[in-house]
Write a protein that binds this ligand. Sequence first.
Ligand code: AMP
Length: 598
Amino acid sequence: MEYRHRASTDMGTHPIRKSSNGLMLPPNMASYDTARALFSWQEARQELTGLPGGKGLNIAYEAIDRHAAGPRRDQVALRWIPRDSGIRDFTYAEMKDLTSRFANVLSDLGVGEGDRVFALAGRIPELYVAALGTLKIRSVFCPLFSAFGPEPIWSRMSIGGAKVLVTTESLYARKVAALRERLPELEHVILVGQSEVKTATPNTLDYHSLMVQAAESFDIQPTDPEDPALLHFTSGTTGTPKGAIHVHEAVVAHHITAKLALDLHPEDVFWCTADPGWVTGTSYGIIAPFTNGVTNLVDEGDFDVERWYAILEAQRVSVWYTAPTAIRMMMKAGSEVARRRSYPALRFLASVGEPLNPEAVVWGQEAFGLPFHDNWWQTETGGIMIANYASMDIRPGSMGKPLPGVEATIVQRTEAGGIVEVTEPGVQGELALTPGWPSMFRGYWNEAERYRKCFAGGFYLTGDLARRDEDGYFWFVGRADDVIKSSGHLIGPFEVESVLMEHPAVAEAAVIGKPDPVALEIVKAFVSLKDGHEANEALRRELLGFARSRLGAVVAPKEIDFLPTLPKTRSGKIMRRLLKARELGLPEGDISTLEASA
Ligand code: AMP
């Protein structure tokens, strides 16, 4: 299903030429071809130090402790911009103490290696401390998006077997307290309060009191690079959310991909606008900026055009990593708004998460004098896999070329069920990667079969459709499955359908992504009703509210249509694709398996 924006599949769009003239810093990768020819993951690993005494590799040590022990000790590691006022800075040395304290907090509670520590919070400093402290004690950190409603929170915590949850007083009261009974494995809930006064919420612990009592130094125990470190939930077309497991070794990829694809230099002020509830906000919002020794900017506030321009200017952001939905909203406000301010420090713009239309790449030049560099990756890959680089010409609309060390190709499935690689340029197929990079996921939590299905013919199959042009640039075409991308968030239709089906009036539900000029897609549901229920406006509103209260605003459908029955295959599978084609007025394609009544 193609949902690329206008002109983006036109591989002839004028390229944006790059030259080293005028660049503020020499790019980390001077020549793509040379870097690709010389690259080895072993050498990339040498950029990190490993635990002292050869005791393995630990993400938190590479991100924080090694800088705290070196010349960057007093440099600002995390600059936090609260929603209102009162910017706070944390140096690498301070981050070391705080994360050590948090590791001690967990350890004093009897939490240890392999236990799952979940976090549900907005962009607050305590979240960053909790993530890295968790990694120090070799527990598994699992972030949840704070805009999720109770159902997505519950399903992820129960699948992942959460032992600890770190959250805020208000999120706990609104979304978690009522779920406690359904989470028997959850032993500790640590609440970050609005004040430093001990909270009175029953069955919970107070973050600040625990931190004050905990010791400030912590010795990271030997960490096998293959020890699980991160659990990131993602969605497929069917079934419950899947927890992709990443190990400590992933830090090699986080570090080097940020250095090569985002061109991070230690003197940078880096702003990744992704929420740490999603993989980008962890790999590039927590880990990679610190391993690269930059000042990592974190804004608690929600998206707001004026606020964002003010931050870019006032904080002297030099590298900015954002997402197409935000860029499109900024474009809507007009480039004059951007040009009212100046951004003398800004030198590199990058985007991820959804197709970046060529107009947006070019708009970057109009508004900031710099193009956006699109890059591609996904939860399972743990780090950037395909990118546009500071030193490489951009073909607007293209995702760029594979990172050095990453082998990407296009494959097609044969009728006999095999896989063939497509070598001819311009031919569409599924984007596939050769496994072996360090941040490759090691499995789906307790779901060996779903993991196995991701591989065929020696490739990891990404579920995305793409093309490669004659010069090796990759062009995104669409998803190979029915997963929805809305404002950068991957949404599994099954999760939404399951909640709608819980409503007493609903007999069947099917959910599709309906194209939207800003959010890329919005979630749209089709429902058929049980006998005795009437399809009317009041019920539509009730269903919208019902879904929203359980799923949260990002996941819940924005539109609901009633249908007498939903189109199904003869074997009873709802044909979402047909609903989508009908919604968009597109050809219905092969409907030979359609049940007669639909
Ligand atoms: P997630 O696992 O939530 O990070 O979502 C990954 C999916 O987002 C990919 O499989 C793509 O479908 C989509 N995606 C990520 N980056 C891009 C990009 N640069 N262009 C087009 N689609 C993208």
